[in-house]
Design a binder for this molecule. Structure first.
Ligand code: G16
Length: 554
């Protein structure tokens, strides 16, 4: 404790603790994500939290929202953050009961209470538990992830930090609703679900969805032992009248029951088995650790996230909250262009942003975009500034209630109207970082030589490293993914994940377009077969990663 220097300020027990920087506290696509033991090092979390506060201006006396997905270390982290927020001069903190706030609910609470910002604790879809992952993210007053200029300021501060401020007091009881006083700061433990449920009720036609359930429609929602359990039970079972048991794995557990709370065809296999099994329900959905991602399934039918976004956009007017139409739509660059076709038909703008929800915030704040989404199982709208898993499920339910068709019929009809964007993502997880970087550098070196070249039956139209200029504030983000576009509109995209915590994860995205309805029934891996081969040839994936197949295919 030699480095622990105590100062008593006034009569409050504010302690200034001297520290030294830790290497690499760099926030990635969604905040700082590391393994739990890294976060448990002495002063590790404290340094990062102080770096957040030091990068902000004008928060004295203001409100901060704090909550997380309930994973291991959530409660301990919250106690530290509360004491540091009090020592640093926040006036009030709103914290979800039990420390629970899904990411979209945190965004909702920040906006509703006009808070200065929020701290969201989650490593999203990454596994939890003592040896699992933990994460921390700062959200600004619009309810969305901090933009790059803020995360860069936080990172810069982590490199020079020498100390932090903390109040020496007892832990706050997080399990009962009510208020507590921490020095001059008030802590309010709020209902984790209420504000969010009220917002959902203001957007969707709950009466119509109730009629759907009354008419024997069956749904299965897999909360994967993560944060959406209480939200889904309250909204879908209690308020909308779906039968008890509709929500499975609905109790948040610190280690997500040992599972990997990532709603895709591989990790949400329990739900997939139910929807592809005997007596399958009409509709299935899963969400991730912190409740911002979603996977949509019909009976024996998978809806790609890119298609889901396009279907929501095309049917938005059926939902009361969007009956006036959409201002515009946005998708991340690797997301398929299915929604572009809907935007064209609707006569609205479609923006292509880098991967990362933070890029949508400016567009929504400027009123340019109402709906947005990503291939990584994220869909959302301007009702909050995060992607929102349960919102997407309710959106689908509202459409199903109005159209009275199956999920599969709705998607097939959509393809008939707009054509089908065959799409797949291949992930190579936990490969050696050096190998992954070499692969990307080699590709970069090749880009200029590719246009005009014939690769198999495809001719390269353009090849670049995606760069984005924000149309609202003019900020430029470079090196956002290698794109190889072909003359027929097909694409191959390569990028390294910004959310993994072990080695590097290479993502390969493949897309081709088919307008002929007679050809809409091909297995996507087959339809994309030649592009998959071309990708390996151009990037030498197998040779450089040492893997003969991807870890996950979606
Ligand atoms: C985060 C971001 C998403 C982004 C995803 C990409 O999701 O919020 O906007 O699409 O990461 O991850 P990667 O860089 O690994 O491809 P989440 O759900 O992890 O917060």
């Amino acid at each position: 404790m030699l480095d622990r220097v105590k100062f008593k300020l006034n009569c409050m027990n504010i302690h200034s603790v001297s520290t030294q920087p830790f290497p690499d506290q760099k926030p990635g696509t969604s905040g700082l994500r590391k393994r739990v033991p890294v976060f448990q090092q002495r002063n590790y979390l404290e340094n990062f939290v102080q770096s957040i506060f030091d990068s902000l201006e004008g928060y004295q006396g203001q409100t901060l929202v704090v909550g997380g997905d309930g994973r291991y270390y959530n409660r301990q982290a919250i106690q530290i953050i509360l004491k540091m927020a009090a020592a640093n001069g926040f006036g009030r903190v709103l914290v979800g009961r039990g420390g629970i706030l899904s990411t979209p609910a945190a965004s909702c609470v920040i906006r509703k209470n006009k808070a200065f910002g929020g701290i969201v604790l989650s490593a999203s879809h990454n596994p939890g538990g003592p040896e699992g992952d933990f994460g921390i993210k700062y959200n600004i007053g619009n309810g969305g992830p901090a933009p790059e200029k803020v995360t860069e300021a936080i990172f810069d501060r982590t490199k020079t930090i020498e100390g932090y401020q903390i109040l020496e007091v007892e832990d706050v009881d997080l399990d009962g609703l009510g208020t507590a006083q921490l020095g001059e700061m008030t802590v309010e433990v709020i209902d984790s679900v209420a504000d969010y449920a009220e917002l959902m009720e203001s957007i969707f036609d709950f009466d119509r969805i109730r009629q759907l359930f009354a008419a024997d429609f069956r749904l299965c929602v897999d909360s994967m032992h993560a944060v959406t359990g209480p939200y889904a039970k309250t909204i879908i079972e209690e308020k909308l009248g779906a039968s008890a048991g509709t929500v499975i794995n609905g109790t948040p557990l610190e280690d997500f029951g040992g599972g990997h709370p990532d709603p895709n065809l591989v990790y949400a296999h329990e739900l997939v088995d139910i929807l592809y099994g005997e007596n399958a329900p009409d509709f299935g959905a899963a969400s991730d650790g912190d409740g911002d991602r979603n996977m949509i399934l019909g009976r024996r039918f998978f809806v790609t996230p890119s298609d889901s976004l396009a279907v929501l956009a095309a049917n938005a007017k059926l939902v009361p909250g969007y009956s006036g139409g959409l201002a515009g739509v946005a998708r991340s660059m690797p997301t398929s262009a299915a929604v572009d076709r809907v935007a064209e038909k609707l006569g609205i703008d479609c923006y292509e942003t880098p991967t990362g929800w933070k890029f949508f915030g400016n567009l929504m704040d400027a009123g340019k975009v109402t709906l947005c989404g990503e291939e990584s199982f994220g869909t959302g709208s301007d009702h909050v500034r995060e992607k929102d898993g349960l919102w997407a499920v309710l959106f689908w339910l509202n459409i199903l209630a109005v159209r009275q068709q199956s999920v599969e019929d709705i998607v097939r009809e959509h393809w008939k109207t707009y054509g089908r964007n065959y799409y797949s993502r291949h992930d190579y997880e936990a490969i050696e970082s050096d190998r992954a970087n070499t692969l990307i550098e080699n590709l970069r070196a090749k880009l200029a030589s590719l246009p005009g070249r014939k690769l198999g039956n495809y001719t390269v139209d353009y090849a670049d490293d995606f760069s984005y200029t924000d149309p609202v504030d003019g900020s430029v983000s470079n090196k956002q993914g290698i794109r190889i576009g072909f003359t027929d509109g097909s694409r191959i995209v390569f990028r390294l994940s910004g959310t993994g915590t072990q080695g590097a994860t290479l993502r390969l995205y493949l897309e081709s377009y088919e307008s002929d309805p007679a050809k809409h029934d091909i297995d996507p891996q087959e339809a994309l077969g030649e592009l998959i081969e071309i990708a390996d040839e151009v990037a030498q994936i197998q040779m450089l990663t040492g893997r003969d197949k991807p870890t996950v295919i979606t």
